[in-house]
Design a binder for this molecule. Sequence first.
Ligand code: FES
Length: 363
Amino acid sequence: MQSGRMSDHFHALRVADIIAETEDANSLRFDVPGDLADLFRFRAGQHLTLKADIGGEDVRRNYSLCVAPHESELKVTVKRIAGGVFSNWVGDHLKAGDMVEVLPPHGSFTYDFSPDAPPRHYVAFAGGSGITPIMSLIRTALSVEPKARFTLFYGNRDSSSVIFLDGLSDLKDRYMGRFELFHFLSDEAGDVELFNGMLDRETCDAVIEDLLRDPKAIEAFFICGPGPMMDAAEAALQAAGVDQQKIKIERFTAGRPSAAKAAQLQQAKEQASGTSMWVTLDGRARKVEFNGDNILDSARDAGLPAPFACKAGVCATCRARVTEGEVEMGARYGLTDEEIAAGYVLTCQSVPKGDGVKVDYDS
Ligand code: FES
């Protein structure tokens, strides 16, 4: 679970190195000054929010850490996407020595690995740059839990687009018998038919049946990659009878909401018109008018530095807890079921239901 709260407090960190991972993916390693070391401690699988002024616009993006906490490095991987403002700015303009505004690590795509754990088997399905948080989880699990095994199913277009190709094969050598890796390539054909093609539903079903055999015995599944791949892996695991609690998913982008959900949210916005709410941030509660759109923007319009990155319900940077009243929430990809049950909402996706709702960013 995500730790306690920050407001929109970015810190300028120096880019120590830029490492080309593939033709279109770069890892950025940051220097963390001693006085910020505690603040930038992280858990395996978490991400950083980076911020830059690009063409006069405040652009923010979340990028997952690709290293393990014990490695004492702060490193994220940024893959260029077609038309992507931030990823192309990183690829074209950023250099070692430059300063970047960074929010401390956060995110709930993580796990409690323990040195005393009995032998446990973890499995991940990754696609493209979705390998980034999974790399952090693999490195951590294998290093922290001496009896753990990890199996990775990793889908890519072709071998030149595989991020961490060498790093993964080093892990195989280092943790012989404890780390298994299967590559799936859509545009390259090898001898084994199962590995030719994408991680679609049919392939995921086959993988679970042929390579895992007893999926219910797996400790946890981690899924990160393109939307269709994540949906396929999740559906295949559900069909194999895996407990939903064991399936952890990290999304980078949001799907389009259903027409019914969009209409429901629109109606909630109209009903909330003229209401006000109490927003607690950095220990202070302030009364804020609803701006007709969402709680996050209402708070920011009132001058509160409420944190955000994606504004699409994916990253959970804007997470807060509702301590009184109720809200209507649209997309909620960035929250786990436990967080929702504990009253957490994504404020960029939430609309107050009635007057006097209380929202706490510090919880
Ligand atoms: S800003 Fe990303 S979920 Fe709200």
